[in-house]
Design a protein around this ligand. Structure first.
Ligand code: KIV
Ligand code: ZN
Length: 388
């Protein structure tokens, strides 16, 4: 894998599904997975095979039907989990087992009730077990964001020696801050002697609204896999959003010297599909996929965009799968945007005075209505023409 390739690992079907109320059927997961495959996502985490019979069947169905992405199943660092994951992935062209164990003092003491040495032993055993069943093994240090760096170095070195080829550093509870998290990734990559044998991955939760910022800081420090979800879906406040990560990387090549394989034209259709299937609406001002992400309402902005779109746009709406940028006519719109929409509708005025008269009526209407639709304009124009 080239050093400038950023692996996009989508976990909408696993961590995304852990959003309360977002559970998906097997067929729904396959539909979403097919969209992710078309988008050229590198790795699709399809579920947690041991969690239920339904999840096993879903991972299996995705593994059997999606051939251009690696299909992954999560598993705890337990033999039974790993065996179930391997069984679900049997039909995959390219399968991955993702095994994890917690590494923070609070998780080891209270949740696992294990000594740090026992945690290392279990991690090594799990990675070896997985490697006996499949070539591609990822190991995650759950709650790495609150783990001690010396301990992380030890367990990761051991996991790489045992055969893990992707090492994931989750900020499980969304506690990290970009500079600190980036520095943590840098320290791990530079301090662990066998770090060059693995790809370092990040998996950030959004409890402080920093999941994307933390992931990007980590990419700048050498992480080469980002785990993310469509629409930022995920446990509690969600995961880093795939569309924001991908578009930040594409829009700022001056900052990030990495590329993804993603075809961004599939972003909006996939976002819509995930929203429809889960019933989780996308907020209108959500970056990239929100209904207002490329809409301009203020007169100054509309005028600017009509003269040169880059005055107020850093990306093209069409590139991410929208039809085009939307000039939304409302009370802040100016004469230029008004005239331009009329021309698009094939409406011409005989004189500037007639246009001005229609514009006055338009402003009066806009004070009463949030958004002015084409039908409103057509009605308004016939009133103006009838009056003159
Ligand atoms: O947030 C997390 O730590 C996880 C792991 C299981 C990767 O989702
Ligand atoms: Zn997670």
């Amino acid at each position: 894998m080239s050093k400038d390739h950023l692996v996009i690992f989508d976990t909408t079907l696993r961590d995304g599904e852990q959003s309360p109320g977002a559970s998906m059927t097997k067929d729904e997961k396959v539909r979403i997975a097919k969209h992710l495959e078309k988008m050229k996502v590198d790795v699709i985490e399809a579920g947690f095979a041991i969690a239920s019979v339904g999840d096993f069947e879903a991972v299996k169905a995705v593994a059997d039907s999606v051939k251009d992405s690696t299909i992954c199943s999560l598993s705890r660092a337990l033999d039974a989990d790993i065996e179930r994951a391997a069984e679900a992935l049997r039909g995959a062209n390219s399968g991955r087992i993702h095994t994890f164990i917690a590494t923070s003092p609070i998780h080891m003491q209270y949740k696992l009730q294990m000594q740090p040495e026992q945690v290392i032993e279990q991690a090594v055993r799990a990675v070896k077990k997985a490697r006996n069943l499949i070539a591609d093994v990822e190991f995650s240090c759950e709650d790495a964001g609150r783990s001690e760096i010396d301990f992380l170095c030890r367990i990761i070195e051991a996991a790489i020696d045992a055969g893990a080829r992707t090492i994931n550093i989750p900020d499980t509870v969304g506690y990290a801050i970009p500079e600190q998290y980036g520095s943590m990734i840098h320290q791990l990559i530079t301090r662990i002697p066998n770090a060059d044998k693995a790809i370092f991955s990040v998996h950030c939760h959004n409890d402080l609204g920093l999941a994307v910022a933390n992931s990007l800081a980590a990419v700048q420090m050498g992480a080469r896999q980002v785990e993310c979800t469509i629409n930022g879906l995920g446990e509690r406040a969600g995961n880093a959003s795939l569309e924001e990560i991908v578009m930040a990387i594409r829009t700022r090549p001056d900052i990030f010297n990495v590329n993804t394989r993603i075809d961004p034209a599939h972003i909006v259709p996939t976002s819509r599909l995930v929203s429809t299937i889960t019933g989780f609406a996308v907020q209108p001002n959500k970056a990239i996929v929100g209904k207002n992400a490329f809409a301009h309402e203020s007169g100054i902005h509309q005028d600017g965009v009509l003269k040169h779109r880059e005055t107020y746009e850093i990306m093209k709406a069409e590139d991410v799968g929208w039809n085009a940028n939307a000039i939304v006519l409302g009370k802040h719109s100016g004469r230029n945007a008004f005239r331009s929409r009329l021309v698009e509708l094939g409406i011409n005025f005989e004189s500037e005075a007639e246009l001005n008269q229609a514009f006055v009526l338009f402003k009066q209407l806009a004070d009463k209505k949030h958004e002015i639709y084409d039908e409103d304009l057509q009605a308004l124009v016939s009133d103006t023409k009838a009056a003159s």
